[in-house]
Design a protein around this ligand. Structure first.
Ligand code: ADP
Length: 268
């Protein structure tokens, strides 16, 4: 076969190679910047609880240990700090896997109403602490079987309800609804009548470590990764997530799930 080495083709090839290289270098630079920023965020997140734990332990060693009541109180607070560190590290582990595409979803068909009820049981105490009522509205889709990775979907629902409790109004209401969307899809909606989110902050909510109120939510004990994890899990399922919020009125997060196929339900 003849080799066409006319000047035009050659110069096009050279140019393409140059842009490819340039693109590659740019990609590497972006990745490096991303890595640096990530590490910066991680150490920042870990510092607060670490200093808390160190503070209580030092005070105990410096003499507070003598008083039985104080000893118990401070040890409990140090324990809370360690708990917080564990949450953060678990979230970091999850987000790293999700971002690397390393998390293999284990699909099954499960009853989503039952799953939501389980999450309510888990979070009842947390809600009670803020006098928030958890209410569940089931559109009576029969049966309520959906397809997905049950544990990961539970995590999504948990993260969204935890947020509605954290950022909800004291004595307020968290409502979860299962809505029959189309023949194949259902929608799960979690809404609160809490502080809401200002319009300009909504597009950034799902970014890692993004927080609207930098000081306030930190004391609530989140990692700033909750919504980033939620988004990744939903996208890995090829489903959609929506947020609507009005500042001072409340927020609503919703996501779609695929219904279980009829044939398979018959086997259940
Ligand atoms: P974290 O709660 O740990 O800060 P998330 O990723 O779960 O991190 O949420 C990011 C931010 O989005 C929160 O810090 C908060 O400012 C805002 N947010 C999330 N859910 C709600 C909600 N239901 N109402 C108001 N603001 C919310």
């Amino acid at each position: 076969q003849p080799i066409t080495t006319d000047m035009e083709t050659l110069s096009r090839e050279v140019k393409k190679f140059a842009t490819d290289k340039k693109l590659e270098i740019e990609m590497l630079q972006i990745r490096e910047e991303y890595r640096r920023e990530f590490l910066g965020n991680v150490s920042h997140e870990l510092k607060t609880p670490l200093f808390t734990v160190q503070g209580y332990l030092s005070t105990l060693i410096d003499g507070a240990m003598e008083d039985k009541n104080i000893r118990k109180k401070y040890l409990k607070r140090a324990e809370k700090g360690v708990e917080r560190l564990i949450y953060i590290v678990e979230d970091l582990d999850m987000i790293t896997k999700l971002e690397a595409g390393d998390l293999n979803l284990e699909y099954s068909e499960f009853d989503v109403v039952e799953l939501i009820q389980n999450v309510f049981d888990l979070l009842e105490m947390k809600a009670e602490k803020r006098h928030i009522k958890l209410s569940f509205e089931n559109a009576n889709i029969q049966p309520n079987f959906v397809q997905g990775d049950k544990d990961r979907i539970q995590q999504v629902i948990e993260n969204l309800i935890v947020n509605s409790i954290k950022y909800g109004k004291e004595n307020g209401l968290t409502e979860v609804a299962v809505v029959n969307l189309t023949k194949k899809k259902i929608l799960i909606r979690i809404s609160d009548n809490g502080e809401g989110i200002e319009k300009q902050n909504i597009p950034r909510l799902f970014e890692r470590f993004y927080r609207v109120d930098k000081s306030g939510s930190r004391t609530e004990g989140g990692s700033g990764l909750g919504l980033a994890i939620v988004k990744h899990i939903i996208e890995a399922h090829k489903e959609k997530i929506y947020v609507e919020s009005e500042y001072g009125i409340g927020s609503e997060f919703s996501f779609t799930l695929e219904k279980a196929s009829r044939k398979k339900i018959a086997k259940v």
